[in-house]
Design a protein around this ligand. Structure first.
Ligand code: NAD
Ligand code: IPM
Ligand code: MN
Length: 351
C-alpha cells in the first residue's frame, strides 16, 4: 500500500477545526482506494509565536522539505499582527518551495444558494510568489508629516511566463477559454508587461481562446455573468481578490479550496482552504469544512489518486444536494463535525 508522508499545520482559529475534518475524509478515501497517510503535525501558529517568539522553528522549512505535501489550516490571530504571522509561516513556505501556482477552483453546487444566476465552474490561477506581494518597500518617517509607505510590485519574465503557461495548459484541458485579469490602461507599469507576456504565451497555445479584462470590470462581470468564465489568471493580489469574490458568488468563502503548487515537484506543494482563521467564529465548532475537505481532495489528486479525489468532491456535492445538512454560512444549522460525518457517510455509500 502507498503511504504518503504529510506535514500538517493546523495553525490558528478555525484552522484547528477544519484540518482534522479534512484529513479524516482524505483518510477514508484512502482506505477505499488502497493508500494511506503518515501525518506529522506541527504546532506552528500564533500561539507558538506568543509562547516562543517565532511562528515556526529556525529549521522549519527544512523539516517540511522531505514531506510529500503540506496541509495547512489557517494562520492569523488577534493579538499577533498579520504581517508577523504571515511572513513568519505562510509566505515563506509558498516562496521557499517555489509554489508559484495558486490553484483555486470554484463551483456552484446544487442546493447551495448563490446571490447570482447561472452555473459556475471556473478556476482561478493566481501567481503566488511575486507581484504585489514583494518584500521590497518600507515605512518611512513614522510620526512625521512626511510619513509614507512604499511597496514595489515585482513582475519577472520568468515568473509571469511560468504561471501563464500553467494557466493556458489548464484551460486547454478544460473548456479552452482563459481570461487574464489586468489593469493596463496606462496607469501602472507592471501590467502592460503582464499583457505582453499573455499575448506571447497565447501564441504557443492556439487551441485556447483568451481575452483580458480590467480587474474592476472583471469583478463586475464575475457577479453579473459568472458562467461565462473557465480559467481566470491573475497576479498575486488580483488572484487573491478574485478567489474570495468568486467563492462568495458561488455561495460562501467557506467552500473554497486551494493548492499552492510547485508544478516541477522539486518541493512539496501545500494545500489549504482559501479562507482565513475566522476569529469571529473560531472555537464554536460551526466553521464550514468544505474548503478544507476540497483542499484535501486536491492534495489526494496531486498525490496521484484522481479517482479518490473525484469521490471526495462528489460526496460534498451529494450532501449539499440532499440539503438537510449544511453549515451556517450556507444557511443551515449543522456544525463542522455533523457536516463532516455526512460527507463520510456519503463517501462510504459511494459505488
Ligand atoms: P477570514 O477568511 O478568516 O474570514 C472572513 C469572513 O468569512 C468571516 O466572517 C468568517 O467568519 C467567514 N468565514 C471564513 N471561513 C469560513 C468558514 N470555513 N466557515 C464559515 N465562515 C467562514 O478572513 P479575515 O477575517 O480577513 O482574516 C482573519 C485572519 O485570517 C487574519 O489574521 C488573516 O490574516 C488570516 N488569513 C489567513 C489566511 C491563510 O492562512 N491562508 C487566509 C486569509 C486570511
Ligand atoms: C490567501 C490569504 C493570504 C494571501 C494572506 C493571509 C496573506 O488571503 O491565502 O488568500 O493573500 O495570500
Ligand atoms: Mn485571500
Amino acid at each position: 500500500m502507498t503511504t504518503h508522508d504529510i506535514a500538517v499545520i493546523p495553525g490558528d482559529g478555525i484552522g484547528l477545526e477544519v484540518t482534522p475534518a479534512a484529513l479524516e475524509v482524505a483518510q477514508a478515501a484512502g482506505r477505499r482506494h488502497g493508500f494511506a497517510f503518515r501525518l506529522t503535525e506541527y504546532d506552528w501558529s500564533c500561539e507558538r509565536y506568543l509562547r516562543e517568539g517565532a511562528m515556526m522553528p529556525p529549521d522549519g522549512l527544512d523539516r517540511l522539505r522531505g514531506h510529500d505535501a503540506v496541509f495547512l489550516g489557517a494562520v492569523g490571530a488577534p493579538g499577533v499582527p498579520d504581517h508577523v504571522s504571515l511572513w513568519g509561516l505562510l509566505i515563506p513556505i509558498r516562496r521557499a518551495f517555489r509554489q508559484y501556482v495558486n490553484l483555486r477552483p470554484v463551483r456552484r453546487f446544487e442546493g447551495v444558494e448563490s446571490p447570482v444566476r447561472g452555473d459556475i465552474d471556473l478556476v482561478v490561477v493566481r501567481e503566488n510568489t511575486e507581484g504585489e506581494y514583494s518584500e521590497i518597500g518600507g515605512r518611512m518617517n513614522r510620526g512625521f508629516p512626511e510619513e509614507m509607505a512604499v511597496q514595489e510590485a515585482v513582475f519577472t519574465r520568468a515568473g509571469v511566463t511560468r504561471v501563464l503557461d500553467y494557466a493556458f495548459e489548464l484551460a486547454g484541458r478544460r473548456r479552452g477559454y482563459l481570461t487574464s485579469a489586468t489593469k493596463s490602461n496606462g496607469i501602472v507599469h507592471t501590467l502592460p508587461f503582464w499583457d505582453e507576456l499573455v499575448r506571447e504565451r497565447a501564441a504557443g497555445h492556439p487551441g485556447v481562446r483568451w481575452d483580458q479584462e480590467h480587474i474592476d470590470a472583471l469583478c463586475a462581470k464575475l457577479v453579473l455573468e459568472p458562467s461565462r468564465f473557465d480559467v481566470l489568471v491573475g497576479s498575486n493580489l488580483f488572484g487573491d481578490i478574485l478567489s474570495d469574490l468568486a467563492a462568495a458568488v458561488a455561495g460562501s468563502i467557506g467552500i473554497a479550496p486551494s493548492a499552492n503548487l510547485n508544478p516541477e515537484r522539486e518541493f512539496p506543494s501545500m494545500f489549504e482552504p482559501v479562507h482565513g482563521s475566522a476569529p469571529d467564529i473560531a472555537g464554536q465548532g460551526v466553521a464550514d469544512p468544505i474548503g478544507a475537505i476540497w483542499s484535501a481532495a486536491l492534495m489526494v489528486e496531486h498525490l496521484g489518486h484522481a479517482g479518490a479525489a473525484d469521490e471526495i468532491v462528489a460526496a460534498i456535492a451529494d450532501v449539499l444536494a440532499k440539503g438537510d445538512v449544511r453549515t451556517r454560512d450556507l444557511g443551515g444549522t449543522a456544525g463542522t463535525e455533523e457536516f463532516t460525518r455526512a460527507v463520510l457517510r456519503s463517501l462510504d455509500g459511494a459505488a
